[in-house]
Design a protein around this ligand. Structure first.
Ligand SMILES: [Zn+2]
Length: 171
């Protein structure tokens, strides 16, 4: 029998607060800072349960990865928009990638998604009705003027190849 290809999924705080269905063909990763951010008892239980079952690995990425993330997020203009926990999650993505894994980040945070796309990670948005900071940003192509609702791969326009920009959306 062929072993299913495991997907390597990085979970942020919202995944534990809202709940995330653990799948048999996925392995989960997070950083310890996430647990500190969870205030809800149910969220803490989800975290501890996944960790003790062995499905969730709690990893602190080495400093070389957080240093690399800091440099790349600064050059992307995202450094000041990312929380320390966001940065640790993205640094963990760099670490996993260096191990030959293809990290998928579950986050509803626009800056995390944007940075994930720039780093060549896939990302999944969990919700997101009601999450205002997602819809408050518009992504557009300065080349062909197309607008996008979600970040595009490598932050590049799939139509004309221009690097995408973003701006706050009105109303
Ligand atoms: Zn374009």
């Amino acid at each position: 029998m062929r072993r299913p290809h495991l997907r390597h999924v990085i979970l942020d705080t919202s995944a534990f607060i809202q709940g995330y269905n653990l799948s048999i063909d996925e392995e989960y990763y997070t950083v310890p800072e996430v647990l500190e951010e969870i205030r809800e008892v149910l969220g803490k239980m989800r975290y501890e349960g996944a960790k003790s079952s062995g499905k969730l690995q709690e990893i602190t990425p080495e400093k070389r990865w957080s240093d690399e993330l800091e440099v790349k997020s600064r050059s992307a203009g995202e450094a000041h928009k990312l929380s320390p926990t966001d940065k640790q999650l993205l640094s963990l993505g760099l670490k996993l990638k260096s191990e030959g894994k293809e990290p998928i980040i579950v986050s509803d945070d626009f800056s995390v998604q944007n940075m994930a796309a720039r780093l060549g990670f896939r990302f999944v948005s969990q919700v997101t009705k009601g999450i205002k900071n997602v819809v408050n940003w518009g992504i557009y192509c300065p080349g062909c003027r197309k607008k996008f609702d979600v970040p595009q791969e490598d932050n590049v326009c799939p139509i004309c190849g221009t690097e995408l920009k973003r701006k706050p959306r009105r109303g």
